[in-house]
Design a protein around this ligand. Structure first.
Ligand code: PHE
Length: 348
């Protein structure tokens, strides 16, 4: 018997003893693998005279083909048997592990940063646990000033600093204004500060931890027109081309003059009515969006900037509130954003 016939006979016995899928795989390796029987047989070819080499080549190829077919058949048989025995479809794809996603507020923060980056605003972050000084005094709100009540705060139980007072969980991002002026040293300043803020409120439009983003622009000859243009640009990028803004006179200690900024309602587009009925979302055509104003001279002074030479504006937006105002996302309770409810979160 020649080598090829011997191998063929051996394979016939070997395949008969295969009982499991794993054994079929092992047999395939023994015969067809890199160091398998077929390859060793082919290696003997190089020493043979041409005629014999050709003959051996073709018979090895034949038996190889037959081995491949037999093993394939065996595999299929065993696969079917496994399925019948276990009632599992082994060809089904595996289960995908649930993929996480970024929180909707994180996504909004990234979008806001991108919009302001295009105008050359630098994104900064300042301490969440802040001195009373930067949260209030530096912003023209001396101790016992009633305006501080508007920014009810969580105080930290630590000894008071002689110059900076107590520590608070920063109640607004405005605490970054003077810090930024001191960091930069001299105008021009174009900053946005996006951070967590804390105030003790808990209802459908308030969570005790929320986010704000503060814009600050200081240079020579900065006016309200620059403020209006910047916010109009932001609103059109963030909410859509069809939305517009208006400024309403207001009061903040750290800006003069001060405004509240409203954005036209995305549902009735500022008209206040839809088909002769009052718009249920805004009731008036406008939604309150942010506080803003021209930086108060005392604040510039606290930041080491001469108010006779430079002027600037600042604004402060909440992040959660504008998100609730995006079209297509009409949330009626802000608290769901921080409920950790996967059914809500996985939609973003
Ligand atoms: N800090 C103010 C608030 O939290 C908003 C504001 C920022 C107003 C900057 C004017 C200028 O309500």
């Amino acid at each position: 018997m020649d080598d090829v016939s011997k191998l063929s006979a051996k394979f016939e016995t070997d395949i008969k003893s295969v009982r499991t899928y794993k054994e079929a795989e092992a047999l395939a390796m023994t015969y067809l693998g890199r160091n398998g029987h077929i390859n060793s047989l082919l290696k003997t070819m190089k020493d043979l005279p041409t005629e014999k080499r050709k003959a051996l080549g073709s018979s090895v190829n034949e038996i190889k083909k037959s081995i491949v077919e037999h093993i394939e058949k065996k595999r299929k048989e065993l696969m079917k048997k496994m399925e019948e025995e276990t009632d599992i479809d082994v060809t089904l794809p595996g289960k995908a592990y649930p993929a996480g996603s970024l929180h909707m507020v994180t996504l909004a923060i990234e979008e806001i940063s991108r919009i302001f980056e295009k105008l050359g605003f630098v994104r900064m972050s300042y301490p969440e646990v802040e001195w009373e000084y930067y949260s209030f005094e530096a912003l023209n709100m001396p101790k016992n000033h009633p305006a501080r009540d508007d920014f009810e705060s969580f105080f930290i139980d630590t000894p008071s600093h002689d110059d900076f007072g107590k520590m608070v969980l920063s109640p607004h991002t405005s605490s970054g204004q003077v810090r930024e002026m001191l960091r930069v040293g001299a105008p021009p300043i174009r900053m946005i500060n996006i951070a967590k803020c804390y105030r003790p409120n808990w209802d459908v439009t308030h969570t005790p931890m929320f986010h704000q983003f503060e814009g600050l622009c200081v240079d020579k000859g900065i006016t309200i027109a620059n403020l209006k243009g910047t916010i109009d640009y932001f609103v059109k990028e963030f909410f859509g081309r069809q939305r517009s803004i208006r400024l309403r006179p207001f009061h903040f200690q750290f800006t003069e003059p001060s405004f509240e900024i409203d954005v036209s309602c995305g549902i009735c587009l500022g008209k206040g009515t839809i088909r002769n009925e009052k718009c249920k979302v805004c009731k008036s055509g406008w939604l309150e969006l942010a506080g803003a104003g021209m930086v108060h001279p005392n604040v510039l002074k606290a930041g080491g900037i001469d108010p006779d030479e430079f002027s600037g504006w600042a604004f402060g937006f909440g992040i959660e509130r504008p998100m609730m105002m995006k079209e297509g996302l009409k949330l009626n309770d802000m608290r769901i954003m921080y409920s950790g409810d996967i059914r809500f979160l996985e939609q973003f």
